[in-house]
Design a binder for this molecule. Structure first.
Ligand SMILES: Nc1ncnc2c1ncn2[C@@H]1O[C@H](COP(=O)(O)OP(=O)(O)OP(=O)(O)O)[C@@H](O)[C@H]1O
Length: 248
């Protein structure tokens, strides 16, 4: 069964075509890595997938629910960590989780219990009453992940979850996500970190210039080669040698 089906997604910003017709099937229970160079259209695609950015054309269907035609049902199934982590950041961690739980219509006692566990597991309990706006970049990622997990969604959509997190937090997040997938959840995330994608993902897609260039299981895409090698080949590689900046 397909957890997420994207069909013909298109997004233009003035003259710029950011996403030029994306079709993608994310199987239920897969750990799916979305790769691509800067500006490839990953964030734009994921934003349309979760109902944050309206597509010019195309559809996104989460576990049978169209994100734009049936947003309440679809969003109840989704946990989202958006790009740039837009949070209500004048709250401390526990308050933000309590607020997120209220927005999700959750029982207060359940929220309190889960919030405590999430803050402990993600090593945010020590931050105490510190407002989220005063968190470090990595701490913001972690509290955003906690918010995405709070209602135990069936599918997680994460934009660069490993960016700015330290190695200890990174391995913690990997473990949490791996356990989530083992328990039947589905994850799609964008990343620039090839080692993480190689280690975690069952499936990968490589985007460039608004299109999916290659997609499949990790084995299908790499054919036993290094993912980085395949990535450079698929997206066209580098043209500058680094020797151009003679004045430097
Ligand atoms: N709000 C916007 N207004 C205008 N152009 C935009 C907007 N958002 C994205 N773009 C453009 O769309 C293209 C795709 O951007 P997007 O952020 O989706 O790429 P990305 O693959 O997530 O890149 P990165 O890896 O750098 O995060 C880029 O050319 C970008 O400049």
């Amino acid at each position: 069964m397909t957890a997420l089906a994207l069909r013909g997604l298109v997004k233009r910003f003035d003259q710029k075509i950011a996403v030029a017709g994306v079709d993608l099937d994310v199987p239920t229970g897969s750990f799916f890595g979305l790769l691509g160079p800067n500006g490839a259209g990953k964030t734009t695609t994921l934003s349309m997938t979760v109902g944050l950015l309206r597509p010019d054309q195309g559809t996104a269907v989460v576990l049978g629910h169209d994100v734009w035609a049936d947003p309440v049902q679809a969003k109840a199934l989704l946990g989202v960590m958006p790009d740039g982590v837009r949070l209500f950041d004048r709250l401390d961690g526990a308050e933000l989780l309590a607020y997120t739980g209220m927005l999700r219509g959750m029982d207060r006692a359940v929220v309190d219990q889960r919030a405590k566990e999430l803050l402990d597991v993600l090593a945010l309990a020590d931050a105490g009453r510190t407002l989220v706006i005063d968190y470090s970049a990595g701490m913001k990622k972690k509290i955003a992940l906690a918010c995405a997990l709070l209602h135990a969604p069936r599918m997680l959509v994460l934009d660069e979850p490993f960016e700015a997190v330290d190695p200890v937090s990174g391995s913690l997040i990997r473990d949490i996500l791996q356990r989530y997938v083992q328990g039947g959840g589905t994850v799609i995330f964008s990343s620039h970190v090839m080692e993480v994608v190689e280690r975690l993902c069952s499936h990968v897609a490589i985007m460039a210039e608004g299109r999916i260039r290659t997609v499949g299981t990790l084995e299908q895409v790499t054919g036993g080669r290094e993912l980085e090698e395949v990535f450079v080949e698929v997206v066209g590689g580098r043209t500058a040698t680094g020797e151009e900046l003679q004045w430097l």
